[in-house]
Design a protein around this ligand. Structure first.
Ligand SMILES: [Zn+2]
Length: 344
């Protein structure tokens, strides 16, 4: 048995498999040049965990969609969206594996199926104290079923508008950046632009969660909250689509880490490599859930530590890149092998 255990350890080490509680700190892959497979980075040592009270932000790999679980140092939590209906219990399994038996808050950014398709199953499986949202839901069967279930379970819905502030746990503050209070949500043709956008702050670290908000909303936030957009970490809007992450918005946010939540070979052609380039050319560390699996960012309020479910992104077939104008430029990103200091 000892020999078997030793062999397993050697094999895990060779494969760069997690040596620590289901996650390993890994360097992000350079997305540029996906047509040529990126050289597999050598497994990096797992650095010392951050000390003190930690905020954890987990972008759970639910395939094509969003589900982000945030836990404050005092254990209070917030789930942003629940992924698609076909996510094969990935979110519920993730919550079970991490011992999450109750949700203090569930934020529905908007009513599209890749964000709310799994909510009915979630509400049937996990108690939820309160649902937060824009107050506007599509009147389709899926959304009506969610509202009916919330009513049956007596789960209240709290409407959020830009400017609202609340706490999701000790020392963890939220500022709502969209939708604007004057917006007529029912008249918005593109439901992505009804997305609730929030900034979560712990100590000196800011995280931006953008739902599927597109350039129109980005423009509005740039006008109304120019001093509030700078963040260390962003959940990239709309799965890395060209519809979002305008140059001006990326510059204003100026993140250190960007996380894109999407599935391999999704039907929407996400992500846009041009969009990802707008982050990469600013030396942003970019993580994609289709390549790295679930991505966790820990912070003690001063430093960040990024951990990914998979050690290296070699099991994802490279998508065919779109035709480009002009010559390609080689771009790379720095490996994350130590906690990132806050940008000055
Ligand atoms: Zn979406």
């Amino acid at each position: 048995m000892k020999i078997k255990a030793l062999l397993l350890l050697v094999l895990l080490t060779f494969l760069g498999a997690p040596l620590q509680a289901g996650a390993q700190e890994t360097p992000p892959v350079a997305t540029e040049g996906q047509d040529t497979p990126a050289a597999a980075p050598a497994p990096t040592p797992v650095p010392e965990p951050l000390e003190g009270p930690l905020l954890t932000v987990n972008v759970v790999d639910v395939g094509q969609g969003d589900a982000i679980f945030i836990q404050a140092p005092d254990g209070k939590n917030l789930l942003i969206d629940a992924g698609p209906n076909d996510s094969n219990r990935r979110l519920l399994t993730w919550l079970e594996q991490h011992g999450i038996k109750k949700l203090d808050r569930l934020l529905i950014t908007h009513g599209h199926s890749d964000h709310v398709g799994n909510i009915k199953k979630l509400l049937l499986a996990v108690p939820v104290d309160v649902v937060l949202g824009s107050g506007h839901m599509h009147t389709n069967h899926m959304n009506l079923a969610i509202l009916e279930l919330m009513k049956a379970k007596a789960i209240p819905m709290k409407k959020l508008v830009a400017g609202d502030r609340f706490s999701i746990g000790e020392g963890v503050e939220v500022l709502v950046l969209a939708p604007n209070k004057d917006k007529n949500l029912a008249r918005e043709r593109n439901n992505n632009n009804n997305s609730v956008v929030i900034k979560v702050t712990f100590g000196e670290m800011d995280f931006l969660f953008t739902g599927d908000a597109e350039r129109k909303v980005e423009k509005q936030m740039l006008a109304e909250y120019p001093a509030d957009l700078a963040c260390e970490v962003i959940k990239v809007a709309h799965h890395g689509s060209e519809s979002s992450s305008s140059q001006a918005f990326v510059e204003a946010v100026s993140p250190q880490v960007a996380i894109v939540s999407l599935a391999t070979k999704n039907a929407f052609g996400h992500p846009s490599l041009d969009t990802l380039d707008r982050y990469l050319k600013r030396q942003v560390k970019l993580y994609r859930t289709d390549q790295w699996g679930s991505v966790t960012v820990e912070t003690d309020g001063k430093n960040l530590r990024v951990l990914t479910e998979r050690a290296i992104a070699t099991d994802t077939p490279a998508p065919k890149p779109p035709k480009r104008r002009g010559p390609r430029k080689k771009k790379t990103t720095e490996p994350v092998d130590q906690p990132l200091p806050k940008a000055s």
